[in-house]
Ligand binder design. Structure first.
Ligand SMILES: Cc1cc2nc3c(=O)[nH]c(=O)nc-3n(C[C@H](O)[C@H](O)[C@H](O)COP(=O)(O)O)c2cc1C
Length: 190
């Protein structure tokens, strides 16, 4: 079967993309303006190590207003991206609930945070790694309501318990496959 994306409905495009581009990493993004905002995003991937950049695409709420994470990054130019392990699966998923601006998912869902770098939003306690980022560039997607943001990584938090000498980082991550999740716990060598 060959399907043309032009004539496909948005939900079907999403279905094909989210089941073909797998597994997708999850950026659990912490931003800070009116309180601590936490939300997951999986239109997300690394771009380059020089400059150290990644991309995340953030859409709008059902009422057409920009998502809180987007508002906060545009205002503060900063965010902290935490990695997700199985221990956080439920809270990560809960934090995707659309709350009113200024209501904190961290408070609502008991997600504990800790400030480890003064000038950036806190990390989520228990995340093996976190990336402290500044806004590098926004990309115009032909009038789309989804805004891709290029973020530059300025610092990283690496939990000693998951980091061996030479930045050998090892942890079990949660990825996204369609609307479900997968656990990335097996490594194979060709
Ligand atoms: C695993 C997962 C991945 C998601 N990925 C995205 C994404 O890439 N882009 C997006 O706009 N929303 C994505 N969402 C939905 C947002 O998390 C959701 O709209 C959230 O309410 C945004 O919160 P905020 O308004 O506090 O920024 C995802 C949700 C889940 C559960």
């Amino acid at each position: 079967m060959i399907v043309g994306f032009e004539e496909l409905q948005l939900k079907d495009r999403y279905k094909i993309m989210s089941r073909s581009i797998i597994p997708r990493p999850i950026a659990w993004i912490v931003t800070e303006r009116n309180g601590i905002n936490v939300a997951p995003f999986s239109y997300f991937t690394g771009l380059s190590s020089e400059p150290p950049t990644l991309i995340v695409s953030i859409g709008h709420k059902k009422d057409g207003s920009p998502k809180d994470t987007l508002v906060n990054i545009m205002q503060t130019k900063k965010c902290t991206i935490c990695s997700v392990t199985p221990q956080h699966l439920e809270q990560m998923h809960q934090s995707s609930e659309s709350l009113e601006y200024g209501q904190s998912e961290a408070e609502r869902f008991g997600i504990h945070t800790k400030r480890v770098v003064e000038e950036y939003p806190p990390i989520i306690l228990g995340s093996p790694t976190a990336l402290f980022c500044t806004l590098y560039q926004t990309i115009e997607l032909g009038g789309s309501k989804t805004i891709p943001l290029i973020l530059q990584i300025q610092k990283a938090y690496l939990d000693d318990a998951h980091t061996a000498e030479g930045f050998d980082i090892d942890f079990v991550a949660v990825g996204r496959v369609g609307k479900e999740y997968c656990i990335c716990d097996k490594k194979i060598t060709p």
